[in-house]
Structures are given as structure tokens and as C-alpha cells.
Ligand binder design. Structure first.
Ligand SMILES: [Ca+2]
Length: 509
């Protein structure tokens, strides 16, 4: 008889087995049931650059291992695809219009309810290490050490708890080294020094691979060969609305290489190399320059996550710790000829989401349920045994993780990007996505934080049939065959806006 069967017979079951193992590690929550939490978030890491998501352009062995030992979600979406707003949504479990961070320039009110504060009150040791990007001082953390603003790739300054806080990009102490290594060193340090009698929640958040895509020089030899191009790098935007045509986030020599920071110091050199090329070859050249730098940044993230996973193995923490990997939103890697994000198109909307928790999540699972960044906070509270406040708009993912319930899960999601024409001339829009379709309304108005109307452009709609057109190359909004779909999706959009209380902006659908 195996030990597990024997214990079951004498009434100790799997929980007792789990607890017994956990005690040897010294930590398993205050009542020996609540797991530790490590929330790993990168900045602008598209699932198209993760091999377990089917990447054709790189390998991420450590993230693949995490997915093999846990669960991968293929339909995790951002509710507002831009850095600061997504971070505010994750912390609060609320959409942008409820947490006050609709745009990059909105100030995050640090006194509002967040999941780290609630975990801290419940006895968790809480920490935030790496890219914060919320300007105001992190609250609800027993320890923090964060980059000011976007932070630097090399020898970054970090702002540590206990010193007078300076908002935004001000303040901080220089840490020698490459930022992804520095943030991991600090995260490991936190884990090694943590009190043994408390569960912990660590937010371990990378700056990479955000532009300016400055990679660790030791990775300069990766990707010597050309990287495959996406099929629609040369998208001509036929059968699409005006918004994508007007947008300026296009792969090109000037746009792409100028964004490549200090390593773009070779700009003059690169520019002269490209001068003799045809327009088509210039775009190919710019894509290679961009994607290689980006993927080298990703390689360092994967390597450092491997370091963290090794520590969890060696310290005996792996079984008792929920590890999540995600990115604050997706990003275009040349698809539609674009870089950056903001649009509700798939590459920007989709967040990678991998979770591993050997105690209760069966390994090797893949889910296509629609999950959102608004769900993360409620999920952590659920695992910690903390009541989920009624004003959080997301839902705990625990039942999905544990295979208990998927039948009554959400069938659609609401998205809204607010910064009308602010960056890359992208129009504000909102929309609804189901597993099959996506309806987008570029409502044509810029609204400031008080809802005052600013610039305007002609409103327009796009509809995509994701089953027939996964790459969103053909807007079928005006196709009579889709009239009923349009009608139903508009009804759903109105319903979602009402339910989420984002329907008081005077915009008529
Ligand atoms: Ca981002």
C-alpha cells in the first residue's frame, strides 16, 4: 500500500499529506491552508513571444516549464491595454473608470482599496519589487523597492520603503547591473529574508521587454539569423476602418529604431545601412532590428524566472506557492505592421497568463475561458480566505483553476481605451469580445478625466469573425450576413456598460 492510500484509509487524506510536506518547508499560511503568492508580471510581453503559446520566433524554456507544471489560459484579456491603467485594474479588481486610472496621466489614489492591502490585513507579508508605474507611493506593502516611472535598463535607480517618497520619476538609489537581473536579485533577497511564520505575497514585476528594448549585452549574440516575419507585416489595412490607417505605431526605420534607447546609439549607422534599401526592405530591416532587441529582453526574463523557480525548488516553497506569469497587456510584434499596443485587436488585448500551484491545480491544463485582469485580485483574496469586497468587479479564478466550474463563467468581455489621439494617433474606443466575435466602436470623442469632450473624429465600427478571420484582416460590420450578430453584440455591449457602470458618458450605441 502506498503512503497516500494508507493515510486516506486512516482519515488523514491528501490535505494532511499536503500540510505535512508544507511544514517541512516552514511556511504554508497562517492556518496551514493559505498559499504563498508570487505574481510575476512583465511589461509588454506578448504571448506570441512565449513558446508554450506557440511562438514561431523564440523559445522560453522556463515559462514553458511553468505552464507544463500548471495551467495556461489562452483567452486572458486586458480591459484597457496600456501600462498604468492595467496595473491599477489589477491592484483594485476594478475597471479604469472605477479606479480613476483611465489614462497614463491619471493619478492612482493610493488610499483606495487594493488586494495587497487586504492580504496584508489578513496576515500576509506583502512586497512589491520592480516596475510599479503608478507614480504615487505603493501602499499595502511590508516591503517595496520600485523603479521610478519607467525606470532604466542599465544601473537602474530603485525607490525603497522607509525613505521619503518622491512621486513619479524622482528619487531612488542606483543598483549596478541589468534591470531584469537587479529586480530578480531583490525578489530573491525578499524571499530569503521573509519571516517563516507568515504566508507571503510577492509582486515581482519586470520593466522588460517594454521599449526601448535595451537588452543585456551578454545576450547580443542571440538571434543572429533573421527572425520570421508575421504574415501580415505588410498589411495594407484594406477592409478595415480609418483608425488603424491613421495610427502611427508602424514598423519603420525612424519610428522603430529611435525607440531603441541607448543601444539605438547605433541609429546613424543603422539609418545609413537602410538608406539604399527599397521601402519594403526598409520595413523588413526595421522589423529585424526591433524584434531581435525585443526577444533578447525576453530571453533575460525567462532566464531570471528560471532563477526564481530554482530557488522555489531548493527552498521547498514550490508546492505551497501560487506562481503566476502575466504581462500588463499584450503588444504588437509586427502584426498589421505595428508595434506598441492600445488597440482592442488580439495582439494587444491578449495577456499571457500561466498559473502553477501544485497543491490544487492539475498540471498541464489549458483553458480558453475568458478571464480578465480585473479577476486577479479577487482570485488572490479567495485563495487567502479573505472575503472578496462587493465593489470589486472581477471574479475569482479559483473555480476555473481547480476545474470546479466553467459552465456559468462569463461569455463576453468589455474593453475600453480612453486616450483619444494622445499617442500614435490612436482613436479612443470600446467594444465587446466573445469567443467567436469582436465588435469595436471608435466613438470619435476624446474625454478628459472629468468626462469633458475634447478632440473628435468621425465615429466608426469594426466587427471581426474570429473563427474565420483570427488575424482580424476583414471588417464585416457592413456585411448583411452579420446583421444579426451586430444587433446581438450591440445589445451585449449596452448590457456590459450598464452592469459595469460605464454608461454615463453620453455615448449612444
Ligand atoms: Ca505595458
Amino acid at each position: 500500500m502506498r503512503r497516500r492510500e494508507f493515510l486516506k484509509i486512516i482519515g488523514l487524506g491528501t490535505v494532511a499529506v499536503a500540510t505535512g510536506c508544507a511544514n517541512s518547508a516552514g511556511v504554508f499560511g497562517r492556518d496551514k491552508k493559505h498559499p504563498n503568492i508570487i505574481f510575476i508580471m512583465s511589461d509588454d510581453h506578448a504571448s506570441a513571444a512565449i513558446s508554450c503559446y506557440g511562438s514561431k520566433i523564440n523559445k522560453t524554456p522556463n515559462l514553458d516549464r511553468l505552464a507544463q507544471e500548471g495551467m495556461r489560459f489562452d483567452n486572458c484579456f486586458c480591459t484597457n491595454s496600456i501600462c498604468t491603467p492595467s496595473r491599477a485594474t489589477i491592484l483594485t479588481g476594478k475597471y479604469s473608470h472605477k479606479n480613476g486610472c483611465r489614462t497614463l496621466s491619471d493619478r492612482f489614489d493610493p488610499d483606495q482599496q487594493t488586494f495587497p492591502k487586504l492580504l496584508q490585513q489578513a496576515g500576509y507579508r506583502t512586497a512589491m519589487i520592480g516596475k510599479w508605474h503608478l507614480s504615487t507611493e505603493p501602499k499595502g506593502f511590508d516591503y517595496y523597492n520600485v523603479l521610478p516611472g519607467q525606470g532604466l535598463y542599465f544601473n537602474p535607480k530603485m525607490k525603497e520603503i522607509g525613505k521619503p517618497w518622491q512621486n513619479g520619476r524622482k528619487g531612488g538609489v542606483v543598483h549596478e547591473g541589468y534591470v531584469t537581473d537587479v529586480i530578480t536579485d531583490l525578489a530573491l533577497d525578499f524571499l530569503k529574508k521573509r519571516p517563516q511564520d507568515k504566508p507571503f505575497c510577492l509582486l515581482y514585476q519586470h520593466k522588460a521587454p517594454h521599449d526601448m528594448w535595451e537588452y543585456n549585452p551578454k545576450d547580443a549574440n542571440l538571434y543572429k539569423e533573421d527572425v520570421p516575419e508575421p504574415d501580415n507585416l505588410f498589411d495594407d489595412y484594406e477592409n478595415r476602418g480609418e483608425a488603424i490607417k491613421r495610427a502611427t505605431q508602424k514598423i519603420g526605420i525612424k519610428e522603430t529604431i529611435l525607440l531603441h534607447g541607448t543601444q539605438g546609439g547605433q541609429f546613424d549607422n543603422v539609418k545609413s545601412q537602410a538608406e539604399q534599401l527599397s521601402e519594403k526592405d526598409k520595413k523588413k530591416f526595421a522589423y529585424q532590428h526591433f524584434i531581435k532587441a525585443y526577444l533578447r529582453c525576453v530571453a533575460s526574463i525567462d532566464e531570471n524566472i528560471g532563477r526564481l523557480m530554482n530557488y522555489l525548488d531548493k527552498s521547498g516553497l514550490a508546492n505551497d506557492t501560487i506562481v503566476i506569469y502575466t504581462s500588463d497587456q499584450g503588444v504588437f510584434l509586427g502584426e498589421h505592421g505595428l508595434f506598441d499596443k492600445r488597440f482592442m485587436y488580439e495582439e494587444s488585448l491578449r495577456m499571457p497568463f500561466i498559473v502553477r500551484y501544485p497543491r490544487s491545480i492539475k498540471r498541464g491544463q489549458v483553458s480558453d475561458d475568458i478571464i480578465l485582469n480585473v479577476d486577479f485580485g479577487p482570485t488572490f483574496l479567495d485563495y487567502a480566505g479573505v472575503d472578496i469586497p462587493g465593489d470589486m468587479q472581477g471574479h475569482s479564478l479559483k473555480p476555473l483553476f481547480e476545474g470546479l466550474s466553467s459552465g456559468n463563467w462569463r461569455k463576453s468581455m468589455y474593453y475600453r481605451y480612453w486616450m483619444h489621439g494622445a499617442h500614435f494617433n490612436i482613436a479612443a474606443h470600446f467594444g465587446v469580445r466573445t469567443k467567436r466575435h469582436k465588435l469595436i466602436y471608435y466613438y470619435g470623442l476624446g474625454l478628459d478625466a472629468k468626462g469633458t469632450k475634447k478632440r473628435s473624429t468621425p465615429p466608426e465600427w469594426e466587427l471581426f469573425d474570429l473563427k474565420k478571420d483570427a488575424k482580424e484582416m476583414n471588417n464585416v460590420y457592413d456585411d448583411p450576413a452579420y446583421a444579426k450578430v451586430v444587433k446581438n453584440l450591440k445589445t451585449e455591449l449596452v448590457r456590459l456598460r450598464k452592469e459595469l457602470e460605464d454608461d454615463n458618458d453620453g455615448i449612444v450605441i
